[in-house]
Design a protein. Structure first.
Lengths: 501, 244
């Protein structure tokens, strides 16, 4: 037997007194950790392939299972941590590029946790959202430089297309292929009921999603999968995907194994073929070229759809955002380096890009300095864990926020970070029929709606506490923010004062 | 119905074309000077005849319509085209037929870099790109379906059939090349094979169309041998990654 060099990550612990040998865990685990003893009825477990997704734990009828970290000490070394040693062994055995799922898990600073929110006392009283109107409706799209109003008070300036969403929370791009159709459907249904939008990613539009296209943002990425006239015209917003926070400068690659008949239909490529979206769009080598693609979409849609440009948060993000705005983007989505993904090279995910907090503040400041902030909508993306993160993002300058990981967690995701394997036991990041059928859109859309409804209310409560009754008054209102434990430089980039100031 | 483009903005010209095509099957535009997006998403049954130099993104998202260009095209001609036919009596710029999924493009002369990049096919949709003279570098990059025909007509001494990195990342489809070609410019994953009887039949169809459109002599074109370039493996990047 070949030596593995890498100890397992987890131990499956079975309480033998509770276990009734029903075999539920055996049926549930796509990593084949649980099994019946040869020729017997006793359930055993091999923890080698356990990813701690908790499917067996959560479904065990007698709560007999738990997962614990497998502790296997190496000699102390702050530099050569077990992780680096194990990754070297993985590459030594395979020669492969390391591939991971979900967002950057490294302990970089999370600025949301270093920003505190304001609340009113005495002079500007707080507002009770339970009894007073509180507006979180958001309108996305390009706004004219100025509005001309005729005598009777009617605006005569021609308005570019606008999209109204009932909450500043949108669902970020996740393609059919990276996630299952049932997961996409759950988000589409939730978007419709919540009055917000979901995003098809670069995987085309499956016919089952047609009833929801009025709530869809469709993407045009470098591979142009499933992009055609009707696709562009069916959506509410068309988004050009330039970059993604989890893998800036890197394209997408859906391996042929995941391109089953349904995925092939949506992407309009043969079954089993690799779907490669290279890093660059080969018709875009400059801001002028981006302008060309933006206006080609506007031409193809009769100027009826706002065009969004999604970029990854990288070092020069403010200048890039300014360029996108001037190229004609109506909406610009900035994706921070903690944003999730179905698969990204580990080294890219963990080392490339910058946090959304800094990118958003820098971009908003730059657009304001240039006097063009009011013309475009800014969407922030890249890991919002709760409603407070969203309030902070809006106060830093976002019009709306893209959320993906949170609704996935609502649907069962446990952040095991192995989406790339296609074995998702929760039926989310997989195309295997026996796994995808575990995710029932009729139930899951309600869980997602519950989550966003709860966050909506929390946003209203926080706003009310600040004495603000409309999300428009919160947007870019950095006076509502204070830093805690941040350097002068960080405060300057965020454009906020320190707590106590 | 004839439209004059001259120095007008593309929006205006395109609007006028659309107006004409609401009631007529064909529109003709004269004095085109680089106006972009002409024939954008043109539907089946409609024809647009263009005289002059068409600007970038001619016939982008073409939706079954027909475009005849008497003059040269610029960049991204037939961008993300979904069907129809484009006939160019001249040469074209970079990224010709980017991501085209169906339909046919005939270019009388040569094309610049990245012709046929990301061409793909889906079931009955099989895009075809026929080039009369030669092509720049990265021809058929990331190609995953469809057919490119490169005829190499009228090449002068020293001119090569295609530039460097031909078919880089190609993982589907085929490229028919006529006569001698620079083997050193082929990407590592590409195999050179002879045409099957079926290939020959398919090729003849396209060459006949080319000759009909541009008045070339079919017999003399077919005298030279054609070879077929195909990817050695359909999954060139299959073993690149290790799950971490």
């Amino acid at each position: 037997m070949a030596v593995n060099y890498i100890p397992r990550r987890f131990n499956i612990v079975r309480d033998k007194e509770r276990c009734i040998e029903c075999g539920c865990c055996v049926r549930q685990c796509s990593n084949e950790c649980h099994y019946f003893e040869a020729g017997g009825t006793t359930v055993l477990a091999d923890s080698t392939n356990c990813v701690a997704c908790h499917r067996c734990v959560d479904l065990c009828p007698t709560s007999a299972l738990r997962i614990e970290k497998h502790v296997c000490d190496y000699r102390e070394n702050a530099n050569w941590t077990p992780q680096y040693q194990q990754e070297i062994c993985r590459q030594a055995a395979s020669g492969g590029t390391l591939l991971s799922g979900m967002g950057n898990p490294k302990p970089y600073p999370i600025y949301w946790d270093k920003i505190l929110l304001n609340a009113s006392q005495v002079t500007n009283p707080s507002i009770d959202p339970l009894r007073e109107p509180m507006e979180i409706r958001t309108i996305l799209g390009r706004k004219p430089e100025k509005l001309t109003v005729e005598r009777k008070g009617k605006a005569i300036t021609k308005m570019p297309p606008q999209v109204v969403v009932e909450t500043p929370i949108l669902f970020s791009a996740m393609s059919f292929g990276s996630i299952s159709l049932n997961a996409q459907k759950s988000l589409a249904m939730a978007a419709q009921n919540l009055g917000t939008l979901f995003n098809t990613g670069e995987g085309g539009l499956h016919p089952d999603l047609e009833p929801y296209t009025d709530r869809a943002i469709v993407q045009v990425a470098s591979g142009r999968f499933g992009v055609h006239k009707d696709y562009l015209n069916s959506a509410r917003i068309v988004e050009i995907k330039i970059g993604q926070g989890a893998k800036p400068g890197i394209g997408g690659h859906l391996p042929g194994e995941k391109v089953n008949v349904e995925v092939s239909n949506a992407r309009m490529i043969p079954e089993g073929s690799d779907a490669i979206s290279p890093a660059p769009h080969h018709d875009i080598y400059s801001i002028e070229d981006l302008r060309q693609l933006i206006w080609s979409i506007k031409q193809a849609t009769g100027n009826q759809k706002p065009v969004s440009v999604k970029i990854a948060a990288v070092h020069n993000v403010a200048a890039i955002v300014s360029g996108c705005a001037r190229a004609g983007a109506d909406i610009i989505a900035i994706d921070g380096f903690r944003g999730g993904t179905g698969a990204a090279p580990t080294r890219i995910r963990d080392n490339v890009g910058i946090p959304i907090e800094l990118a958003l503040a820098a971009a908003d400041s730059r657009l304001r300095e240039e006097g063009i902030r009011s013309q475009i909508s800014l969407i922030a993306a890249g890991s919002f864990r709760c409603s407070a993160d969203i309030v902070k993002a809006i106060a830093l300058g976002a019009d709306a926020c893209y959320c993906a990981s949170a609704p996935l967690i609502a649907m069962g995701c446990h952040m095991c970070q192995t989406c790339n394997t296609g074995k998702c036991n929760w039926g989310i990041a997989t195309q295997r029929p026996e796994l995808t059928k575990r995710l029932n859109p009729d139930i899951m859309h309600e869980r997602v709606e519950n989550l966003i409804t709860a966050w909506n209310h929390e946003i209203k409560e926080i706003m009310g506490g600040m004495g603000i009754n409309s999300v428009d008054s919160l947007r870019g209102n950095r006076l509502m923010l204070r830093g805690i434990g941040l350097s002068d430089r960080e405060l300057a980039i965020l454009g906020i004062k320190h707590a106590g100031e | 119905m004839s439209i004059t483009a001259a120095l007008r903005r593309y929006e205006e010209v395109n609007d006028e074309i659309q107006q004409v095509l609401l009631t007529k099957q064909k529109a003709v535009v004269h004095e085109v000077n680089g106006q972009r997006y002409l024939g954008c998403a043109l539907d089946a049954g409609k024809t647009l005849e263009i005289h002059g130099t068409a600007g970038n993104d001619l016939a982008c998202y073409l939706n079954g319509g027909k475009i005849i260009l008497y003059g040269n095209g610029q960049d991204a001609l037939g961008n993300t085209m979904g069907g129809g036919e484009i006939i160019v009596h001249g040469h074209t710029g970079d990224a010709l037929g980017y991501g085209m999924r169906d339909g046919q493009i005939y270019i009388r002369d040569n094309v610049c870099c990245r012709g046929g990049i990301h061409m793909k096919e889906f079931r009955a949709m099989k895009p075809v790109l026929v080039i009369g003279e030669n092509a720049g570098s990265f021809l058929g990059e990331y190609m995953s379906g469809g057919t490119i025909v490169l005829l190499g007509l009228h090449l002068k001494r020293g001119q090569k059939l295609f530039g460097s990195h031909c078919a880089s990342g190609m993982h589907g489809g085929k490229i028919f090349v006529r006569g001698t070609f620079p083997k050193e410019h082929l990407s590592p994953n590409i195999k050179v094979v002879s045409l099957s009887a079926e290939d020959q039949k398919e090729l003849e169809k396209y060459v006949k169309n080319y000759c009909r459109y541009f008045h070339e002599d079919y017999e003399s074109i077919m005298k030279k041998t054609f070879k077929k370039l195909i990817p050695a493996t359909a999954r060139p990047y299959a073993n690149m990654y290790i799950s971490n």
